[in-house]
Design a protein around this ligand. Sequence first.
Ligand code: SAM
Ligand code: DTB
Ligand code: SF4
Length: 363
Amino acid sequence: MTIKHDWTKEEILEIYNKPFMDLLYEASSIHRENHDPNVVQVSTLLSIKTGGCPEDCGYCPQAARYHTDIEGNDLMSVNQVKAQALRAKASGSSRVCMGAAWRNVKDGEEFDSVLEMVRTINKLDMEVCCTLGMITENQAQRLAEAGLYAYNHNLDSSEEYYKEVISTRGYQDRLDTIGNVRKTNVTVCSGGIIGMGESNDDRAGMLVALATLSPQPESVPINALVPVEGTPLEEQAPVSIWDMVRMVATTRIVMPETQVRLSAGRTEMSREGQAMCFFAGANSIFAGDKLLTTPNPDVGEDMEMFKALGLHPQKPFVKKSKPESVEATESKFLNLGEKPKWSRPSHKIERNLEAQKKSKTSL
Ligand code: SAM
Ligand code: DTB
Ligand code: SF4
């Protein structure tokens, strides 16, 4: 299938706003042409470093400046990670996605430890994904050498709405990291969140940014905001299932070969709602009773749902072969001393300022 890379916002909005049944039919047809409709890839999230993040992402319970009641943790040990990965594998996951509440990766002991985690999970014959914040080209190469399969770095919204939600980094910073990952053989996982107060225009804007990347991301997570008490977005209304299905279907149509991941927010969805998302082209989920810090349906419930729908978990390395893992001592990319580069947008968001004020007054 030829992939279209010149999508415009107008074209995507037209798809998003189609009569529901037409949208579902078109998305499902494209899904069947490109994927086995009865196979769903299952990833397990592992928060290897929780909380205390210096960024101000308005949705995130892990930002240090918001007063949420999550339990923060230092970086997990390689052995702890290995034990969790084995559990994930036993429960049917083909991929482990390790998340760290970092603005960006710093070279040194902690990054070396993450590289060892990647090598360890790769040796268990599982796909390894990391989401560690911004990374340089050299860091992306070192992750690739360790055997990383995917790197997750979300655009989260349209460029315009991004500024309303995050002030401590800009959209271009996100695109730069995605570009650094693209220079390696690591696959790109990038998507976003709906339900942050954005318009349909913003949703289409985010899909334009993703679908015009060449190549398109191998996987696109669609998250429904999990509103967490203490964050600036704590009072956002829940995302309607119709919006979720529309977003999944539109993503499937504009990125036919991509794995579309039904991500955060599944605890608020019925099985019937999730089934509609799978019909509309979602073919991946995060499994396990916790996402990074918030709840997710437990594995037993998901397996029951899979059974009821006749779905099967995807085996690892079906889409792309297992990456070779190079031992640390053989790395070509060690100590290149490349400096990370980013820009700081000068604007400040009212909501974030208010949250900062609130946190000062509650000290
Ligand atoms: N710190 C790294 C970063 O920001 O890229 C990696 C971890 S961060 C928690 C990964 C992604 O989780 C975010 O980009 C966002 O899309 C998603 N996320 C965070 N909090 C969320 C929430 N409350 N609801 C839905 N998605 C959320
Ligand atoms: C993604 O798009 N969603 C996942 C994963 N990539 C890292 C994270 C969802 C986090 C939801 C909020 C939490 O549990 O802290
Ligand atoms: Fe930090 Fe990532 Fe949360 Fe933003 S989304 S506050 S960068 S952990």
